[in-house]
Design a protein around this ligand. Structure first.
Ligand code: HXC
Length: 221
């Protein structure tokens, strides 16, 4: 599909994407790069990150990958710092890392619930927190009047209720709350735009193959 955006709309911008090596995160990485951005990817699986970086570089996109887990504050801190060290600044943070599996509420352990909350919600907060000093107006490499941008990837399954997704629904509801509250506080104080998007099911993503392996034949959610 042809892009509706100017091809150089992100020229000079530096973006860091958690979960940027696969699924929605990788597509956003690619599109950002195709529109002029330099791209840093953070992910837990080195082989996935490495593969994604090779593809981006083969497209001529300046790209660097970092192994890291958003659940670990030290990883978040390191990756944000290394991104700035590599590209000189940070303009855009995309929180796309997410955990998911299908399980009934009855069979889900407290730790299973906590694991997804830790990845999606706490991980998003931690990354935003570590990126704040670089994204705020007047931060390294920015003007005194213009802040950066945060994009949180949410979902729609918590708007009502979804089978076997109580942990993910709670986590994405928290992500939406983070988006609104950070937009209020950091938009006002630091000129950082904080937005969320809530994609529906997307073909050929880990989420889809896990949640609805026969989606082509069925209507779901
Ligand atoms: C029940 C499970 C489980 C399962 C893990 N747990 N998998 N419980 N059913 N299938 C429980 C474990 O028993 C354990 O609790 C706890 O969760 C932690 O499990 P670990 O395997 O130790 O955790 P970890 O290795 O850190 O892996 C976490 C993970 C993650 C959440 C399982 O690896 C993962 O989901 N990766 C897939 C990422 C993914 O699919 N991303 C796409 C997201 S799509 P106990 O009590 O036993 O210790 C998305 C979009 C949604 O978000 C909307 C779509 C329309």
């Amino acid at each position: 599909m042809e892009s509706p955006f100017k091809v150089d709309i992100l020229k000079g911008k530096v973006a860091l994407l958690t979960g940027g090596g696969s699924g929605i995160g990788f597509e956003i990485s690619t599109q950002f790069g195709n529109h002029g951005a330099s791209v840093a990817i953070m992910g837990r699986r080195k082989n996935v990150v490495d593969r994604a970086i090779s593809v981006l570089q083969s497209l001529g996109i300046p790209a660097v990958g970092f192994e890291g887990d958003v659940r670990k504050r030290e990883d978040a801190k390191r990756v944000v710092k290394e991104t700035v060290k590599h590209f000189g600044k940070l303009d855009i943070l995309v929180n796309a890392a997410a955990g998911n599996f299908l399980v009934s509420a009855e069979d889900l352990s407290s730790n299973g619930f906590k694991t997804v909350i830790d990845i999606d919600a706490v991980g998003t907060f931690t990354m935003c927190h570590e990126a704040l000093e670089y994204l705020k107006k007047g931060g390294p490499g920015r003007s005194s009047s213009t802040g950066g941008f945060i994009l949180n990837i949410s979902a729609t399954l918590h708007y009502t209720a979804s089978w076997y997704q109580i942990h993910v629904s709670a986590a994405k509801a928290a992500v939406d709350a983070l988006t609104r509250n950070l937009a209020l506080e950091w938009g006002t104080d630091y000129d950082i735009r904080v937005n969320g998007i809530a994609p529906g099911p997307i073909e050929d993503t880990a989420g889809m193959s896990k949640l609805a392996p026969h989606a082509r034949e069925k209507i779901f959610f």
